[in-house]
Design a protein around this ligand. Structure first.
Ligand code: SF4
Ligand code: SF4
Length: 552
């Protein structure tokens, strides 16, 4: 640990930490634009200048260094005893001296020379570092009277627009494409005050390569101003009108930590949330843009039952009556319960209980999205398993016989008479063999969120919920158990999935009586190997790693 003096504070800080982070940990803001902790540090914006102090032998005292230093590239570390300042400090740094304040004002004035005053129509307003730092550290007026540069707005790719006028040429976006995605689509054209970000183009201006990699959306997050915008979110909402909740992306088994931004009428966007061991600062565009089904007008809002060839709406009471009658009259060995790799641990745990304790069947399977492609980038991987909770669902459904998956599941279903299947991956297509197996089932119950391929074959359909409408936990492929949180209400009479399962169990005589998902998690922590520390309280916002006993 290094012992430093930061303004008037005496602090012990980790050896090797930079001044931006050390100050942040002490609650002191060092404004910056080009610096991002997940990228290299060109120190080109000069906004983070601070004033280191040095010992000046001729005067025999400690004085401010001749030059200010960029905080992002000033690393604090323990120095030998004979170089300590005042006999005890490894570093003395001032972040608020008159010289530092003047430098910040000048840099901001410089950055704003060509910047338009279009905050009222800019998507970034309200979460813009330029706006915030100008307000806190800048001048209140510009001395620049000449004509501003007005570079063109550019369509960079399927989801990315560049408002070049707003760009402050911090180069974060270029470095992201070079270092994290490794795709290198962005570069800098022209020179000096005419600098612009662009994609490769032919001489006539036609794009040769678009910003079209699966991580492209991250450049919008890291752009400190409103230059890079997402077409998906453009002009949809002011940030301050949205609420935020921490959650986990349901797009694949990586389990990226995300923030769901939402209003009462739906989910508006997903953004990555830092997790050192899971996704760092990033998420992929499949996950980022994959939330639209949550807001779909076609969401199931009422139970349905089959009348002849048709599925017609019915009440919850009627649907549950039909299901309990069929389940209680069927032979236990002819019933298969199928959990969902899209569902939470809590839902799958209750399904396992429904199967083994209530229905006394060991025929328990797992359904989910089909595997897709793995995508490996220099600093990020999108996994082939397109379900967020395959590992957790397996752990929860496991019993005296192994969980049926893939071919084994479809073989099993070919002689099942009653099947209760939870889906949750509405776009998941059924191939012919799968369809035939489900068509042969005498009585099929499907819990789903849209009238999916599998729901269309059901005798009773129960409207369930998406990741955005419920509490619970997913276990990612590496064994991180992480929380999802309810944001919006489910549509119509759709219900949280574990509550539906509990209702079915109760109709069959079970005394199951959980009141919220956290109670199920406590029971999981007592009963499922490796989940000893996976109560919701312990999982918190950072997740917990599975403990010994879970060796998948
Ligand atoms: S577009 Fe944004 S991230 Fe890229 S250089 Fe300009 S300001 Fe920085
Ligand atoms: S990598 Fe997987 S979990 Fe992460 S954002 Fe993409 S789809 Fe979601």
């Amino acid at each position: 640990m290094a012992f430093i003096k930061l303004n008037e504070l005496e602090l012990e800080v980790e050896d090797g930490i930079d001044v931006v982070e050390a100050a942040r940990q002490a609650g002191i803001e060092v404004p910056h634009y080009c610096y991002h902790p997940g990228l290299s540090r060109p120190a080109n914006c000069r906004m983070c200048l601070v004033e280191p102090h040095v010992f000046f032998p001729p005067a025999g005292k400690i004085v401010p260094d001749r030059q200010l230093a960029t905080a992002c590239t000033t690393f604090l570390r323990t120095v030998p005893p004979d170089r300590k300042l005042d006999g005890k400090y490894d570093f003395i740094v001032q972040t608020d001296s008159p010289r530092v304040k003047k430098a910040r004002e000048d840099i901001l004035e410089f950055l704003l020379i060509h910047h338009p005053l279009d905050c009222p129509v800019c998507d970034q307003a309200g979460e813009c570092d330029l706006q915030d730092f100008s307000y806190r550290h800048g001048h209140d007026k510009s001395r620049y009277l000449e004509v501003k540069n007005v570079p063109p707005k550019k369509d960079l790719g399927p989801d990315i627009l560049l408002y070049s006028t707003r760009c402050i040429v911090c180069t974060r976006c270029i470095r992201f494409c070079d270092e994290v995605a490794g795709t290198g689509e962005l570069g800098l054209i022209n020179r000096g005050s005419k600098d612009e970000i662009d994609i490769p183009r032919a001489h006539d201006g036609t794009p040769i390569q678009l910003l079209d990699n699966k991580l492209a959306g991250n450049v919008v997050d890291i752009c400190p101003v409103g230059a890079l915008t997402s077409k998906d979110f453009l002009f949809k909402s002011r940030p301050w009108f949205m609420k935020k909740a921490n959650s986990i992306c349901p797009g694949c088994s990586v389990g990226c930590n995300i923030t769901v931004e939402y209003k009462e009428d739906g989910v508006y966007r997903l953004k990555p949330r830092f997790h050192a061991d899971v996704n760092q600062y990033w998420m992929c565009d499949d996950g980022r843009l994959g939330y639209h089904y949550v807001n779909s007008e076609d969401r199931l809002q009422l139970p349905m039952k089959r009348v002849g060839d048709e599925l017609v709406y019915t009440s919850w009471a009627d649907a549950l009556d039909i299901i309990s009658e069929k389940l209680s009259s069927a032979e236990a060995e002819s019933i298969t319960i199928v959990g969902s790799a899209q569902g939470t641990n809590e839902e799958n745990y209750l399904l396992g209980k429904l199967a083994r304790e209530v229905l006394k069947t060991d025929r328990v399977g797992l359904f989910g999205r089909k595997p897709g492609e793995e995508h490996k980038f220099p600093q990020f991987t999108i996994e082939a398993d397109k379900n967020p909770n395959t590992r957790g669902a397996r752990n929860m459904l496991n019993g005296s016989s192994p969980v049926l998956e893939g071919e084994k599941l479809w073989e099993n279903l070919s002689d099942a008479k009653v099947v209760y299947l939870v889906n949750g991956a509405p776009e998941r297509p059924l191939d012919e063999d799968e369809k035939t197996a489900l068509e042969n089932v005498e009585f099929l119950v499907v819990q789903d969120i849209l009238l999916s391929d599998v729901a269309q074959l059901a005798d009773v359909v129960l409207p369930g919920t998406t990741f955005a409408e419920k509490d619970g936990a997913f276990t990612n492929s590496k064994g991180w158990v992480q929380r999802i949180h309810k944001t919006i209400d489910p549509p119509g009479e759709a219900h949280v999935d574990w509550e539906i399962i509990q209702q079915v169990a109760k109709r069959l005589g079970s005394d199951m009586d959980y009141r919220f998902a956290g109670e199920i998690a406590v029971e999981i922590s007592q009963n499922v190997a490796g989940y000893q520390n996976a109560t919701h309280q312990e999982i918190g916002d950072g997740g917990v790693k599975l403990q010994e006993g879970n060796d998948e």
